[in-house]
Design a protein around this ligand. Structure first.
Ligand code: 6PG
Length: 248
């Protein structure tokens, strides 16, 4: 059963991050009450840094950090202390600031300097955490995603092999324009989540948001994310939503 897509437009980036933080807290509370833990995959890039800082600030409803388990939707093929590392960004903004047990943080071990091997290891870690049998996919309680101006999400870029992956959970996706690998969760994993939240801010995304959410084409990577049995929420600020007709 695929549920409808929800689009929420907030006036400012600050309101966008607060809405996302409050939703995170509500989802975490519900999952922990129901199943004793909350699994979340963090997105990278620059947009979510403010959200992660807000989560660490203590100004949102308190969450039991010791029952929250952090994964990454994708990672650059750089060491974890590299300025480009998504782990480093999330660690600086949240993971090293909130009382999160180190054993609750699952980062991609890019220091092994072999992206396919790092992807395979991360897939095995994910399988173990979720207790998966062969052929099963994990059901993250929440996956945060961003979107690039080219419509990519996680590290699933247009015209890359990673978009066609249907069996693996985690892949090393070669991205020609960066002449490098990116490690990424695959579309089947994104589409098995209980809750996917896109967080998109800024005028540079407006044209692509209009195409992904209204005008098409449907083959933008971000347009291929629609959980088969979960909720899909697009949280946009007014600048990113400027091109929408409002008829969604
Ligand atoms: C990454 C992200 C990527 C990101 C988009 C948007 O590793 O870069 O996971 O998918 O969400 O590129 O990035 P910005 O938020 O920096 O615009």
């Amino acid at each position: 059963m695929s549920t409808a897509r929800e689009i929420h437009i907030l006036n400012t980036p600050a309101e966008l991050f607060r809405a996302a933080a409050e939703q995170f807290a509500a989802l975490a509370k519900a999952a922990i009450e129901a199943r004793g833990r909350f699994s979340v995959a963090l997105s990278g890039g620059s947009t979510p840094r403010s959200l992660y800082a807000l989560l660490a600030s203590g100004s949102i409803p308190a969450v039991p950090w010791d029952k929250i388990y952090f994964f990454f939707g994708d990672e650059r093929d750089v060491p974890p202390d590299d300025p480009e590392s998504n782990f480093r960004m999330a660690s600086e903004a949240l993971l090293s600031k909130a009382p999160i047990p180190p054993g609750n943080i699952f980062r991609v071990h890019t220091e092994i300097k072999d992206a396919p091997a790092a992807a395979l290891e991360y897939e095995q870690t994910t399988r173990a955490f979720f207790g998966l049998k062969p052929g099963e996919f994990p059901r993250f309680d929440l996956i945060f995603l961003g979107m690039g101006p080219d419509g990519h999400t996680a590290s699933l870029f247009p015209d890359t092999a990673g978009l066609r992956e249907t069996k693996r959970l985690v892949i090393a996706n070669w991205v020609e324009k960066f002449h490098s690998y990116r490690i990424s969760l695959t579309l089947p994993v994104l589409n098995h989540a209980a809750y996917v939240m896109f967080l998109v801010s800024g005028p540079d995304k407006a044209a692509t948001i209009r195409q992904v959410l209204e005008a098409g084409p449907a083959d933008f990577p971000s347009a291929q994310v629609h959980p088969s049995d979960g909720r899909l929420i697009w949280l946009l600020d007014s600048a990113a939503a400027a091109g929408l007709s409002g008829k969604n």
